[in-house]
Design a protein around this ligand. Structure first.
Ligand code: ZN
Length: 218
């Protein structure tokens, strides 16, 4: 299957992408990984991406599109892939459509993870990270530490990342609404959008997604 995963920040997109790709035996292609791989391997696209990032500028769509194209041409992506973070605007979606059309291929589904906005803010703004180890993650409501502000694992101090402040989350949601949500309409016109609720346990959401994808196939 060729799938695009979309959803607002805080929807648990990365986690779901990893589980779904594993269940479907297709590679999970995330923009974050693409950038890291191209930069660490020193590819031309990686070098170009880096020059923009170092200058504090957004990486142009053509660079991201080029990386995605190279990755989708790898043998493991022949039978399908799950895209996470790409396309992130209508321009990229149109480029992806053209890319697939050239190969005589098409997307099978666009899986849209839905989370109410207030829930997104609650999820992200409640996150607390340990200063000693960023893998020690807590949540003031959903996964509170035994003692407030103190890491259960190592006793380190818990803090809120700047990225996780309510104000930043609202800004990220605004960017999602204006840039990324229009791709859902773009794909709805092609009859590809499958919307599921991303509320509940990780395993419940994965099961819901697998179910919806199976139904969309039939
Ligand atoms: Zn810790």
């Amino acid at each position: 299957m060729r799938i695009v995963l979309v959803g607002p920040p805080g929807a648990g997109k990365g986690t779901q992408a990893a589980y779904l790709a594993k269940n479907l035996s297709i590679p999970h292609i995330s923009t974050g990984d693409l950038f890291r791989a191209n930069i660490s391997q020193g590819t031309d696209l990686g070098k170009r991406a880096r020059s923009f990032m170092d200058a504090g500028q957004l990486v142009p769509d053509e660079v991201t599109i080029g990386m995605a194209k190279d990755r989708m041409a790898q043998p493991d992506a022949e039978k399908g892939f799950l895209l996470d973070g790409f396309p992130r605007n209508v321009g990229q979606a149109e480029a992806l459509d053209a890319m697939l059309r050239e190969e005589g291929l098409a997307l099978d589904a666009v899986l849209d993870l839905e989370v109410p906005e207030d829930e997104v803010v609650k999820r992200i703004a409640g996150r607390r990270i340990c200063r000693n180890d960023s893998a020690h993650v807590f949540h003031v409501t959903y996964n509170p530490p035994k003692s407030e502000g103190v890491c259960d694992e190592c006793g380190g101090e818990l803090y809120q990342r700047d990225d996780d402040s309510e104000e930043t989350v609202r800004t990220r949601l605004e960017v999602y609404h204006t840039q990324t949500e229009p791709i859902i309409d773009h794909y709805r016109a092609q009859g590809l959008v499958v919307t599921i609720s991303a509320l509940g346990k990780v395993t419940e959401v994965t099961a819901r997604a697998m179910d919806a994808l199976k139904k969309s196939e039939g």
